[in-house]
Design a protein around this ligand. Structure first.
Ligand code: ADP
Ligand code: MG
Length: 696
């Protein structure tokens, strides 16, 4: 239950004075529907209205707040001319100028003979100082309100038809309702940082006095960023603590199956593969629950490690499952695993949305009786009727597509099930913390030996004809080529149109050897095209980004990416990982449509110069906001209002340690500070985890 003290913050904005349904709708678009959303809506710039000169002293082009007397109204003779209101003070005169004026409004706002205070940008008409004018003043107020006008005004990002005045007023009204909250930051740390209370920090953020106050490193901003990261780290720590309390079990193998599989592998494990495998084996052996992230670039050999870990589960007489985000990937994992499983003498089955009827029933029965030891599949594995006799290890590939909740769900199909999450998107260290909290991490930092680096070139699309000739030459030598068409407008129809146009053009030149695969195709059709590409019947595969994750065709030696400037760095890096898998030299051509902006140019240059996914990820973070790096929605990264993971990474580490310490001392959040921290969790809408705080 949300604490009473927070109630006013979660009222709908229509509860604020002066906000009716029409404005509320506009506010909802720009900020959100609750009072708290207005508080989180930060100013993006400011306007200084403190300069209050006499008319004769007002500088050309300045923003000024001027007290004056209204002398005369002169409506225009002609609609193209402005409405002028002649005003003056003891030093001179000034015209207020209005285009498309509403005369009745102006007569009311500026009655003849009265004193008014106006604020806005002044200018010399035709460069003449004696002809001062102010077009469309931002504010017109009576004398009593002069002081409240002569301040620095915060300006907010707008959208949905809102005006600055409306949102400014709404935010002011919202801020008037905000309560003082109990302090959740440790007092010594608060003093050391020179931070204000939560409420004062928020008020300060909305009342910037200079550009420096708008900076991401301004003190009030740091405090709120810290609050937000603390809430997020506490959420992760609570989830983790709950997960750990669900007791684990000790899974120990005798190494027999693993030896048999290793003997069947045509290669030796790399040093970091061996390291990761021993970390996983240790975790499984311990009675605690494993929650480990296996991070490694595309092709760094994660699947083999996952499989060898699954064999340990099998040796212990239990079951293990490997879940992939797509059908294609699940099938590919299956293809890798089947020969190795055969060599080790264990049974592996596949379960995806396409297994139906009798086939599916057989699969389910095998899992339920325990006859089947290893399973590979998609989220079809989540379905309620999928029951395991004794699941001890769940491996989840490409973690970003699944939420924390789903991870738990799969683990709950067993008792004390260990979880290994694999991701091929290298995440900068700072972001790993944000996304996964204190999950244990194993990293595969080296490539298997014998890989040739991919030669990467950046070219304008105008050179596409040369590219096509290069393709013909490679085709003649039996090599395979990917041609990647980009996402346009996030609309599948348009993407498809672009890809089909390219397909037609390439067919015209290269004939029958070209294939097309895209997101709108059915699983079976896709697989059929891919199979023809694998067998070499097709040598050029035109594709939308469906090939992004996981497809493994060692003969592929060339990749063309059209509109490379529209892809994220991490995505391009993953795409490129599809080639350079065999012995031959590989070439990646990044085609762009000029003009190329500075950031886009740097990004393509980073990719040209490096093949190290971790380095690329760090650079990507440096060039862009953290959310963008992975595409926040998909990334599993929390979305922040105040915290910017690129700017505040120093605080993230502190928040993480703080969260850990808090739960060590007060796992039930029962102390006075614990109570305050509960308020913090509700404030940032982490309601669902508060119940994980152990009571008593
Ligand atoms: P990832 O899942 O990390 O993308 P995979 O496990 O699919 O990588 O491995 C990519 C390819 O490299 C596979 O064909 C695999 O058999 C091979 N491979 C894995 N480990 C090694 C190694 N140590 N030496 C040589 N080849 C390896
Ligand atoms: Mg893989």
């Amino acid at each position: 239950m949300r604490p009473d003290i927070l109630f006013p913050l979660f009222f709908p904005v229509t509860m604020l004075p002066g906000i009716g349904p029409r404005i509320a709708k506009q506010i909802a678009k720009a900020a959100g529907g609750q009072v708290v959303d207005l508080c989180w809506h930060l100013p993006s710039s400011l306007i200084d209205r403190r300069l209050a000169p006499k008319i004769a002293e007002a500088p050309d082009g300045a923003v000024a707040t001027i007290t004056l007397t209204v002398d005369a109204h002169s409506p225009p003779h002609n609609r193209r001319l402005p409405y002028r209101v002649r005003c003056s003070d003891e030093t001179g005169s000034l015209d207020l100028v209005f285009f498309h004026a509403r005369p009745d409004y102006l007569k009311r706002a500026l009655p003849k003979g009265e004193t008014r205070v106006v604020s806005g940008r002044v200018e010399y008409f035709r460069g003449q100082p004696q002809r001062l004018q102010m077009p469309h003043p931002d504010h017109i107020v009576p004398l009593e309100e002069r002081d409240s006008l002569r301040t620095v005004e915060a300006l907010y990002p707008l959208c949905g038809g809102l005006t600055q005045k409306t949102i400014g007023k709404a935010i002011k009204a919202a801020l008037e309702t905000i309560p003082a909250l109990p302090e959740w930051i440790e007092p010594a740390f608060l003093r050391q940082q020179k931070w204000l209370s939560w409420r004062d920090s928020l008020l300060a953020l909305h009342a910037p006095q200079s550009e420096a106050d708008l900076d991401t490193r301004a003190l009030p901003r740091l405090r709120l960023a810290y609050d937000e990261m603390l809430a997020s780290q506490l959420t992760l720590a609570l989830t983790r603590a709950r997960y750990r309390r669900l007791s684990g079990r000790a899974i120990t193998g005798d190494g027999q199956l693993r030896h048999a599989a290793l003997a069947a592998l045509p290669f030796c494990l790399t040093k970091s593969q061996k390291q990761a495998l021993s970390e996983i084996t240790e975790d499984m052996k311990s009675t605690g629950r494993m929650l480990r992230l296996l991070q490694g670039d595309v092709g760094s050999g994660k699947t083999v490690i996952a499989f060898l870990s699954m064999l340990t589960a099998a040796e212990a007489g239990t079951q293990a499952v490997l879940m992939a985000p797509t059908e294609i990937l699940a099938r590919q994992h299956m293809a890798t695993i089947v020969p190795l499983a055969k060599a080790a003498g264990v049974d592996a089955i596949l379960l995806t949305g396409r297994e139906k009827g009798k086939n599916r029933r057989n699969v389910l029965e095998g899992l339920a009786t325990g006859e089947t030891t290893l399973a590979v599949g998609t989220h079809a594995l989540f379905q309620e009727d999928v029951v395991f006799a004794d699941l001890s290890l769940a491996v989840i590939d490409e973690q970003h597509r699944f939420g924390v909740h789903q991870r738990m769900l799969l683990a709950e199909k067993g008792k004390g099930t260990d979880v290994l999450v694999m991701t091929a998107t290298p995440i900068p260290r700072t972001l790993t913390q944000a996304a996964f909290g204190d999950m244990d991490v194993s990293r595969l930092t080296e490539k298997p030996p014998g890989r040739r680096p991919v030669d990467t070139k950046v070219l304008p699309i105008s050179r596409v004809n040369e590219v096509v000739s290069a393709i013909s030459r490679r085709c003649a030598k039996g090599e395979r080529i990917y041609w990647v068409c980009p996402l346009i407008d996030e609309s599948e129809d348009l993407d498809l149109a672009a890809a089909s146009d390219r397909y037609d053009a390439l067919c015209y030149i290269l004939g029958e050897r070209v294939g097309l695969v895209h997101g709108a195709m059915k699983g079976k059709e896709k697989d059929a095209v891919l199979a023809r590409f694998v067998s070499g019947e097709i040598t050029v595969l035109v594709a939308t980004t469906v090939i992004e994750v996981g497809i493994d065709v060692p003969e592929a030696t060339m990749m063309v990416v059209e509109h490379a400037e529209r892809f994220g760095l991490a995505q391009l890096h993953q795409l490129r990982g599809r080639i350079g898998r065999g012995q031959r030299e590989s070439l990646c051509l990044l085609l762009y449509a000029p003009p190329l902006g500075d950031v886009a140019r740097s990004r393509l240059e980073i990719l040209r110069a490096s093949d190290d996914g971790f380095y690329i990820a760090e650079e990507d973070l440096r060039l862009r906001g953290a959310g963008e790096v992975l595409g926040t929605r998909q990334s599993g990264l929390p979305e922040f209002h105040f915290a910017d993971l690129a700017e505040h990474s120093d605080l993230l580490g502190v928040a993480r340690d703080d969260a850990r310490l808090i739960l060590e001392c007060d796992p039930g959040l029962g102390s006075p500070r614990g109570e305050a921290l509960r308020v913090l969790l509700y404030l940032f809408e982490r309601d669902s985890v508060v119940k994980y705080a152990r009571s008593g």
